[in-house]
Design a protein around this ligand. Structure first.
Ligand code: NAP
Length: 291
């Protein structure tokens, strides 16, 4: 059973997840490209590695929670990286959101290096990461996923084994395709109603009171009402995942017209410098858009 955990990526999600592993009694060594972000972990008792390979050395499991493929590749292959440095963690658990095709490619790279891979992207954002209530979408060998369950259950409330490598990544993008469309949808509906003379507060109350009410709209209602969008799920990461979904749709010959249109709206938001705000700031794009 995994006892020593290496953890690379102390972003919005990685930091609270690593803290929960520490609280859960695991011995945790962290690495982050920007060293200052490891300070809260060091204060809580984690070891801090000087290189990605240093976090992997002697780890029963090495967890990556990074932006996407480019960041994962860099943590594996740069000087002092996990593969470059010849580290041999018991298993590498990639929890970053990446496309299924990338996850399958990563398996080939790690197979060659003798490192087993489990993919485990998550559903849930900053708050459930803090409270240990993420849903872990796992892909890979069933026994390996089973062995990791105690580790996952320190960070999450449920583990869903989606199938072989690539299928958990596909599940994550399936969820985020829906998430992006729903977020743009509520933004568009609010904009439509406001232009027709309704108050935003009243529209949100009506949505939440009826069959369209859902936890997502409930969670985002405060930000939408106040027009303040501190990042929970960054806007730029929503666009990243919509692009991954569109790439995957091309590969699987699937029609995703709404996803394409919503990605276009998020692209405009990047031009408006909204990338570091929460994805709910899409409402600002809609408010600024000509008809
Ligand atoms: P974040 O706050 O932006 O953190 C990204 C992490 O990746 C940071 O540790 C960053 O290091 C590192 N990184 C980025 N580019 C890198 C590179 N080229 N080389 C090395 N390290 C690099 O993102 P997050 O919100 O924690 O998300 C992490 C992953 O979880 C993403 O795949 C995201 O899609 C997914 N996710 C996020 C949420 C959410 O609500 N936030 C929910 C579910 C899934 P620095 O600190 O040095 O920049």
């Amino acid at each position: 059973m995994a006892q020593k955990i290496g953890f690379i990526g102390m972003g919005i999600m990685g930091k609270p997840m690593a803290l929960n592993l520490l609280k859960g009694g695991y011995e945790v060594t962290v690495f982050n490209r920007t060293l200052s972000k490891t300070e809260p972990l060091a204060s809580a008792g984690a070891g801090v590695a000087e290189t990605p390979g240093g976090a992997a050395d002697g780890a029963d499991a090495l967890i990556l929670m990074l932006t996407g493929p480019e960041a994962v590749d860099s943590m594996l292959n740069e000087p002092g990286g996990v593969v470059e440095g010849g580290a041999e963690p018991g298993v590498l658990v990639n929890m970053s959101t990446v496309p299924p095709a990338y996850s399958r490619k990563l398996k080939g790279v790690l197979d060659a290096a003798g490192i087993p891979l489990v993919e485990a992207p998550v559903a849930g954002t900053k708050k459930p990461a803090e409270t240990g209530e993420l849903v872990i979408l796992a892909g890979g060998d069933e026994k390996r996923v089973g062995d990791l369950e105690p580790v996952f259950m320190k960070m999450g409330k449920k583990v869903l084994h989606c199938g072989e490598i690539g299928q958990a990544a596909a599940m994550k993008l399936t969820l985020n395709l829906l998430l992006g469309i729903m977020m743009e949808g509520i933004g568009e509906a609010l904009q439509f109603g406001k232009k027709a003379g309704l108050s935003q507060e009243m529209i949100l109350d009506a949505v939440l009171a009826g069959p369209l009410g859902c936890p997502l709209f409930d969670i985002k209602s405060e930000a939408l009402k106040s027009d303040e969008f501190p990042a929970q799920f960054p806007f730029k990461h929503m666009l990243k995942d919509l692009r991954f979904a569109l790439d995957t749709a091309r590969e699987t010959d699937t029609a995703t017209p709404a996803c394409g249109a919503v990605a276009g709206v998020y692209e405009r938001g990047m031009e408006m410098d909204l990338g570091d705000l929460d994805m709910a700031a899409v409402i600002r794009v809609l408010a600024a858009m000509p008809r």
